[in-house]
Design a protein around this ligand. Structure first.
Ligand code: AN0
Ligand code: CP
Length: 320
């Protein structure tokens, strides 16, 4: 595996899920695979789960790990070509990336959408520079449009908790005070479209996800109707993807608190499990009682981030 952004990079789901279960039984099953290999994890944005679980995954495989917070201690990076660098940025990404490649065998990058240009974000401009210029396998740790390590962990979690072969999985938008990326819902939709589930997306008008990710998934604008009979409720906020109105790209266009997932929402489901990638704002996305209920999977979901990252790094090490 030379890049990890999309479900097809991983190969068939049934095989990947088997590997996940094997690693779950013994996190150190492949502890010699990464001997004398170095994982470099580069963060342009904050993280708790990705930072810890990906380091742990690399250590499970016997790798050395270097973590770089670009905004804390590294030189400020210019990302545009052709600029006269007379401002506060001391170094260009086009030198920094190949330098980073010198010290690493695989590179993970967290680089959120900047919401300055939809075109730059949706072409994965920053991550592509790592892929092109680092000379190393590169995986997204949430980049501008995708969060595949999260979606893979979510797939593992749904596979573990499903009570029927083809569960109904509903991804619902929920309100949030700040503009958030579309990476998590994009990837979740893309992965669920490939999984053996009945997948429904619900959101207010204007929040339509990019067709390259949401594909032909069923979209139901009536949230309560969408949630009826759900086996899994996957809540997430995202900002306007700018599909119907490009000028609204990256904006908060609804603060409708009736979309907060509470007991009344869960009551119309099939005693559904509640899922969220975290971090989550209580009282905005979900009420305390729902996230604290025995049907809340937020912690097992986060635990599976170590498993998804171990499988992905294993695939990358096998391709070196
Ligand atoms: C980020 C997001 O919504 O993409 C990270 C989630 C994994 N969340 C925040 O910035 C709060
Ligand atoms: N779910 C997730 O990726 O969390 P972090 O932003 O804390 O890494």
């Amino acid at each position: 595996m030379k890049t990890f952004l999309y479900p097809e990079d991983l190969g068939p789901f049934d095989k990947a899920l088997q590997e996940a279960q094997e690693i779950k039984k013994n996190h150190y099953a492949y502890e010699s695979l990464g001997h004398h290999r170095t994982a470099l994890l580069i963060f342009f944005n904050n993280s708790l789960r990705t930072r810890l679980s990906t380091q742990k995954a690399a250590m499970n495989l016997g790798m050395n790990v270097i973590v770089l917070d670009v905004n804390q201690g590294a030189w400020k990076l210019e990302t545009e070509r052709g600029v006269i660098m007379d401002g506060d940025k001391s170094e260009h990404l086009l030198e920094a990336v190949p330098v980073m490649g010198c010290y690493a065998d695989v590179i993970g990058v967290r680089t959120f959408a900047r919401f300055e240009s939809r075109e730059d974000d949706y072409s994965e401009k920053i991550l592509r520079q790592f892929i092109e210029h680092s000379g190393r396998p590169v995986f997204s740790m949430e980049s501008a449009t995708v969060h595949p390590l999260q979606a893979f962990a979510d797939l593992i979690t749904i596979d573990e908790y499903r009570k029927k072969r083809r569960p109904k999985v509903v991804m619902t938008w929920a309100p949030h005070p700040r503009a958030l990326p579309q990476a998590v819902p994009n990837s979740f939709a893309q992965w669920m479209n490939r999984a053996d589930v009945d997948f429904v997306v619900t959101h207010p008008h204007g929040y339509e996800l990019d067709p390259q990710f949401v594909g032909n998934a069923r979209v139901e604008y009536d949230q309560m109707k969408a949630l009826e009979g759900a086996d899994f409720v996957y809540a997430k906020n995202w900002s306007c993807p700018g599909v119907t109105r490009p000028e609204d790209y990256g904006k908060v266009i609804s603060r409708d608190m009736s979309w907060t997932v509470d007991a009344a929402h869960m009551a119309v489901t099939n005693n559904a499990y509640f899922m969220h990638c975290l971090p989550v704002r209580r009282g905005m996305i979900v009420t305390d009682d729902v996230i604290e209920a025995p049907t809340s999977l937020v912690i097992p979901e986060a635990a599976n981030r170590e498993i998804s990252a171990t499988v992905v790094l294993k695939h990358m090490l096998e391709s070196l």
